[in-house]
Design a protein around this ligand. Structure first.
Ligand SMILES: [Zn+2]
Ligand SMILES: [Zn+2]
Length: 256
């Protein structure tokens, strides 16, 4: 097969994988949210219920489009990997063992930094907000299906990062799978509308450093704060941390 056709076939397969991963993880955490706080996704009021159903359909539509846009640069990286042209490695002994966890952290920190600054830029300039980011904020409050609900311009603004990094920063294939898993699960759980972690964790060391639903929920209601993705230090350093939302905490998790 000619190279463009190989890439197109690869992109199509990756689109399917990303879409199924999104649908599976989102459905799982939507189900958990409904268990933890009954009524979260089925409000008693029929009008609100119909509005929510329309919102979820919209979130799924944008997210499936994002899946295709994430898959395209990933296909380029995967094709290069097959030819040995990336820094992805499969032999654990190819790098020191400490690099395994360190590489996971480096990838997440790079993603976090790019997200924080591009996210702030989209909120800072009204034109950028309207054209790129307003779609994501149509989810008020978001659901577990909002994790990839982005305008194509916003999806493209982040889709290139990991595919580019695999050409520059060595990472074991297994560690990269872990990075993608963490990215997917955190994106879904931060939008699911219910806090998964006990209050003692959220208000303790963990919640002071790691972003959970309580932190990101406040971004969706306030707009002007809590821009981070995985960690809170950028928000703290630059005075954009507004603390935590209590709306998403189910009552039974209220104890420490
Ligand atoms: Zn969000
Ligand atoms: Zn935003």
């Amino acid at each position: 097969m000619a190279e463009p056709l190989v890439l197109a076939a690869l992109a199509l397969q990756l689109t399917l994988i990303v879409a199924l991963r999104y649908l599976g993880v989102s459905a799982l955490f939507a189900w958990i949210a409904a268990r933890l706080r009954p009524g979260t996704y089925r409000p008693a009021d029929p009008d609100r219920r119909a509005r929510l159903a329309r919102q979820v359909r919209r979130e799924i539509g944008w997210s499936l489009l994002s899946a295709a846009l994430y898959a395209a640069p990933a296909a380029v990286a995967l094709a290069a990997f097959a030819r040995g042209g990336t820094r992805l490695y499969t032999d654990v002994a190819a790098m020191p063992l400490w690099w395994l966890p360190a590489s996971v952290l480096v990838y997440l920190l790079a993603h976090d930094a790019w997200f924080y600054w591009s996210h702030r830029a989209m909120h800072h300039w009204p034109l950028l907000f309207r054209t790129m980011h307003a779609v994501h904020h149509e989810s008020r409050p978001p659901t577990a299906f909002a994790s990839m609900s982005f305008h194509p311009f916003e999806a493209l603004s982040a889709a290139w990062l990991y595919p580019l990094m695999v050409f520059l920063v060595p990472i074991h294939v297994g560690a990269l799978v872990l990075v993608l898993l963490v990215a997917t699960v955190m994106a879904v759980t931060n939008h699911m509308g219910v806090e998964l972690f006990p209050k003692g964790w959220v208000n303790g060391w963990f919640g002071r450093h790691v972003i959970t639903a309580s932190h990101h929920d406040l971004h969706h209601s306030r707009y002007t704060a809590n821009y981070g993705l995985y960690f809170r230090f950028w928000d703290r350093l630059f005075g954009t941390d507004a603390g935590l939302s209590t709306r998403v905490q189910p009552p039974f998790l209220g104890r420490d």
